[in-house]
Write a protein that binds this ligand. Sequence first.
Ligand code: FEO
Length: 387
Amino acid sequence: MDAVKLREGVYWVGGIDWNLRNFHGYLTPRGSSYNAYLIIDEKVTLIDSVKYYLTDEMIERIRSIIDPSKIDYVICNHVEMDHSGAIPAIMELAPNATVVAPAAGEKGLKEHYKKEWKFSIVKSGDTLSIGKRSFTFVQTPMIHWPDNMVTYCPEEKILFSNDAFGQHIASPERFDDEFPACIAIDEAKIYYGNIVLSYNSQVQKALEVVNTLPIEMIAPSHGIIWRSHIAEILKCYTKWSSNDVDNVALVIYDTMWGSTQKMAEAIRKGFETKGVKVKMLPLLHNHISQVLPEVVEAKYIAVGSPTMNSNLLPTVSGLLTYLKALSPKKRTAFAFGSYGWGGQSIDQVQNELKNCGFDLLEPFKAKYIPDQPTLDAITSKVAGYIA
Ligand code: FEO
């Protein structure tokens, strides 16, 4: 397995995870890659690494360029194990190398691996010269761990952005002009919805810095490297992080005997009457990690569950737990659902939507099977919600 040249002396030496279908609960039908980068200069530098089970693949790619014992610096942009998992093996091969990380990165690496490596602690604005090239570090805390940073090489105009701008894609292609860019952008949005969405304000702050840098290449730690569609992906991140929503409603629900589904259809009609585009997301057919990317640009969120055993359905409960952890600001939401006697689920859903921080509209309840006048009243009331 060979390295892939990005520029003279700058190589991709990552690993391709063809078999990955679930990334801590996020479905990844296209697999993924963990992108590590090797820079050959007076000092040899490795930026990030791979998941532990792809260590041999990464080392083989490094060996296609240089003996790994010659590595002087290992820059750790992010401690999460999909990027740090092979650092212990690299430090065995290059025991004199210095690990470059922010203070939170050093702490995280020590807590993960219990090793006393040589560290150089950096913060935003610090630079590291490796010969003809240098690196400038920009901390991006909580996008999406406390230790996150990005590394910029001004001589090459490359931003090594770690998780930011990444996508879970396994492919033999490395660049956005070798791979369908629309798929890369779609996967970047899926990644954003499942990993980054709750950190919109931190992304905005990071973009303020990134937008001041001349960039010819964005080299993330997952998926395709951006060199021909940089403006597009930056524009997408600007929109996704700014809560600039579209006139779209999501109707997310599960159903026991079809009554909550009937209500979902009535709600759809109400939105459509007022020209709002509707996406129907029954949880029987949509995994929660397929729902969150739709939240990125949606203005309205209706969530429905019938009542079962005095509770909401587990599928809806799972969705709400996931949504609450990632919930962005400036969305309008309401609950709906059918019931037989207790009807607790509707208030439970509404309460969780409140906990998400959404602006709430009045919920809808229907006993057993909603008749046509009940459904028509729901349609009419939803239409009335739209200004
Ligand atoms: Fe790709 Fe936060 O790790």
